[in-house]
Design a protein around this ligand. Structure first.
Ligand code: KG4
Ligand code: ZN
Length: 384
């Protein structure tokens, strides 16, 4: 099955074309083409993702990205007056996208695809709608059904990719598996009994761990997104042999359940920063180091408990925060000590991308047929 996938849930606009085959017992796929535009630079001045800017950027960039992964040779489908009317209604909230769509679709040779996979949530609703309406418009002109995809199932699926190639050795996932999903919006432990059977067994009561990284970075005067910045400072501190003179809490580490809380950790950083006043470079490094240590301790402890409670055979970790080297290493040490398999996405597929959405769409096709997409809706808080 050939799949065109679309991701616009946050601040990355991404498309991919994959070729997948197999079933829930074993599958493989190949990434034929992919294009991604990161809006991070545009959002930096706001210190976070600005939803209406994200929406506008998605609308401006989807067609240029589509032309990168398709053949633009003037042999596209002709758009009839009737279809044009339908498209105008469909994309009435995205005039830039409509204009580019009507101009370019007749020039783009229809790719050989059987399904369009699109993220419908969770995420920023205005941003999600752009991708959804784009998928519906393509579905109409190319007569291709749509599979709505949960972004978090995408992060789970991201571990299936190795360097954009077929990764047959990963087909045999031993279930039950635990997925730790750590991003800017989520911190969740999910029990997976088989593909599509997801049970959320733990989640954050307040901030997501990525959000805590981002807020801590802001308190240290570092740019958005803060995760990579904190991680860099913490690594420098370790290389220098710095020992933190401050101590942050490990919230809920002994709560006996699988839930998380990160807002207290952020508040501790805030108090420390206020108390010290002027932060020199070494102090910033110490704070970053102790913050990363605290966040990692909690993540590792809770994940270990989840694995033990469920007798899991595999740990899957997805979401932007798993780009973090220190967290990767510590989770790997933990799973090694338990003697179970760990699957991590490559660092560039840890953050949002369309490849993971295509794979998640394929996995979902084992349990649900794609449809023409009239009823698609953006659901900001969509749950697994
Ligand atoms: O999955 P993602 O790209 O978007 C969401 O779905 O939220 O995750 C983005 C989050 C941000 O909070 C960012 O700071 C964090 O992932 N992140 C990191 C690192 N790289 C990205 N956090 C810690 N260490 C990193 N190296
Ligand atoms: Zn994400």
């Amino acid at each position: 099955m050939k799949i065109l996938s679309i991701e616009t849930s946050c601040d990355e606009t991404a498309l991919a074309i994959l070729d997948a085959s197999g079933n829930e017992k074993g599958f493989k796929f190949k990434v034929n083409n992919t294009a991604l535009y990161s809006q991070i630079e545009k959002h930096k001045e706001y210190g976070g993702v600005f939803p209406s800017l994200a929406k506008r950027e998605h609308a401006l960039n989807l067609i240029p990205l589509l032309t990168e992964i398709t053949v633009v040779n003037g042999n596209g489908v002709e758009i009839s007056e009737e279809t044009k009317k339908e498209l105008t209604e469909m994309l009435d909230r995205e005039p830039d996208l409509l204009k580019a769509f009507l101009e370019y679709i007749p020039k783009i040779s229809k790719p050989d695809i059987d399904m369009i996979a699109v993220t419908t949530g969770p995420g920023l609703e205005p941003a999600l709608w752009v991708g959804i309406n784009f998928a519906r418009a393509l579905s109409l002109v190319w007569q291709t059904p749509i599979m709505p995809v949960n972004h978090m199932e995408g992060h789970i699926a991201s571990v299936m990719v190795e360097a954009e190639e077929i990764s047959p050795e990963i087909q045999d996932i031993a279930f039950p598996a635990i997925a730790l999903l750590i991003s800017g919006g989520h911190t969740q432990l999910v029990k997976i009994d088989s593909w599509g059977k997801y049970e959320i067994i733990g989640s954050t009561r307040d901030d997501a761990v990525g959000e805590a990284f981002d807020k801590t970075a802001r308190l240290l005067g570092l740019p958005y997104p803060g995760g990579p910045e904190i991680s860099k400072l913490a690594q420098e501190a370790r290389n220098m042999g710095l020992v933190p003179s401050i101590e942050f809490p490990r919230p809920m580490i002994n709560s006996g359940d699988l839930n998380f809380s990160f807002s207290g950790l952020k508040t501790s950083v805030l108090y420390t920063v206020k108390k010290i006043g002027e932060l020199d470079e070494n102090m910033k490094k110490e704070i970053a180091l102790e913050f990363e240590n605290a966040a990692t301790d909690v993540l590792v402890t809770k994940t270990k408990k989840a694995i033990e409670d469920s007798n899991a055979q595999t740990l899957i970790v997805g979401g932007g925060v798993i780009a973090n080297r220190f967290i990767r290493e510590n989770l790997t040490t933990m799973t090694d000590s338990l003697g179970i398999q760990i699957l991590l996405p490559s660092r560039d597929l840890s953050t949002d991308n369309a490849i993971m959405i295509g794979i998640a769409g394929f996995i979902k096709s084992f349990r649900e047929k794609p449809a023409m997409g009239a009823n698609l809706k953006a659901i900001g808080n969509l749950s697994l």
